[in-house]
Design a protein around this ligand. Sequence first.
Ligand code: NAI
Length: 463
Amino acid sequence: MATDYIVKDINLAAFGRKELDIAETEMPGLMALRAEYGDSKPLAGARIVGSLHMTIQTAVLIETLVALGADVRWASCNIFSTQDHAAAAIAAGGTPVFAIKGQTLEEHWDYLDRSFMFPEGANLILDDGGDATLYVLLGARVEAGETDLIETPTSEEEVAVFAQIKKRMAASPGWFTKTREAIQGVSEETTTGVHRLYELHKNGQLPFPAINVNDSVTKSKFDNKYGCKESLVDGIRRATDTMMAGKVAVVCGYGDVGKGSAASLSGAGARVKVTEIDPICALQAAMDGFEVVTLEDAVATADIFITTTGNKDIIRIEHMREMKDMAIVGNIGHFDNEIQIASLKNHKWTNIKEQVDMIEMPSGNRIILLSEGRLLNLGNATGHPSFVMSASFTNQVLAQIELWTRGDEYNNEVYILPKHLDEKVARLHLERIGVKLSSLSKEQADYIGVTVEGPFKPEHYRY
Ligand code: NAI
C-alpha cells in the first residue's frame, strides 16, 4: 500500500531522520542489539503491533525491531505524546505508523485498530499502558457473548474504545477472537500496564505469556526515576516558562516516578512537598529531605501540583477549588484519571497554547492545567532523553526476542526478564558515559556467593 500510514506531515521525515541519527548515538543498547542480532534476524516472522508513545526514541526502537527481522505496525499510546517528525520518518522508512500529536480519543482507538491490520494478522504485542492488549481481550470477550461489558460506558475513554470495538466487530466478525488466538505474547512497558496484566492473570484472563519490562531494574529504576528527573521540569518549563526556584511544589506519590519528579523539582530550586499513602515511601521521602504532608494541608499554599501515583482521583475538584490563583496542575502518571478533569468540564476554559489551558474556578481563581491531565512530560515536552530510553527499549527488544523465539517455554503468566539480561542492559550503557567497571577476583566472588561473570545480586535484592 502506498500510504499505509497516518501522520501529520510526511514532509517532516527529513527532520525526523536527522534527530534519529543523533538519538542513535545516545542509544548504545539498541545499537548493540542491531550489531549482535542484525545478521541472524531472530525476529524474522514476528508481526509486532506497537502501542507506545511515537517519539524519536521509539523510532530507534522500531528500526531496531525491523533490523532484527520483524514486521512492525505502530500507534501511539497517548493522544498528545507523538512527535510528528518521528512518525513521519518511520512512515517514510516504510513502517506503517498511525499517530498524530493532538489526535482525538476516537482516532486513538481507530489508529490502534489500524496497527493490528497486518495482512496475515499480528502475532506479538509491544504495549505501553495496556491499551493494545485491552482492545483485543475486551473485544474477544464481547464476541464470546459478554456484550454487557460495552453497553454502559462510564468515561469518554470508554465511549471511544467501545465504539471502536463495535465498528471492528461489524466490519470483521470474529476478528478479536482470531487475533487473541494468534497473539503469542506481550511485553509491557509501564507500571500501569503491568498492573493490568497481573489483574488479568489473577482473574484467569491472560491468554498468552507476558513479559513485565517495567520491573527490569534497568527500566523502572532508571526510566521512571532518572527519566522523570529530566523530563518533568522540562515539561513544566516548556508549558509555562514559570520560575521554579522558590516555588512550592507538591508531588503526589513517592514511587519511582515520584522520586524522579521530586528530584527534578528540587533540582530546579523548588521547595518540594510529598504526599504518600505507603509508610515506606513516606519515610523515604522524609529521609530524602522532603516534607511529607497531606494534599489537604498543602493545597492552599502550593504553586505547582504533580501527580505520579498511577492511581485515580488524587487531585479532586474540592482540591482545585482551594488552590491559589494560577496554580499549575499536571500529571506524569500513565492515565489522566489522577486529576478529576471531567469535573472541570463545566468551568470556563481558555486555551493558552497546545496542551496548556487556563481554567477559571467559581472563586475567580484560575488554574493552569497541563496536557488536560495526561502525562505532561510527553505532552508538553518530548519525554525522557534517548539514553535512558535506550535502557528501557533494550529490555523491550530482549523481551520480544524471548517471546518470539522461546514463547513455547512460557506459561500464560507474567514474567520478568532474568537478572543476567538486566545486567547485560546496564553493561551496554557503561562505555557511552565512560564508566569503568571493577572486576571480582574468583576468591571475592566465592566469598559473596556469586560468579565472576554475575549475576551479582540475589533475586530479592532491591537496588
Ligand atoms: P510506583 O508504584 O512505584 O509509585 C506510585 C506511588 O504512588 C506509590 O508509592 C504509592 O504508594 C503512591 N500512591 C498511590 N496512591 C496514592 C495516593 N492516593 N496518594 C499519594 N500517593 C499514592 O509507580 P511508578 O513506577 O512510580 O509509576 C507511577 C505512574 O507513572 C504509573 O502510572 C506509570 O505507568 C507512570 N509512568 C510514567 C512515566 C512517564 O514518563 N510519564 C514513566 C514511567 C512510569
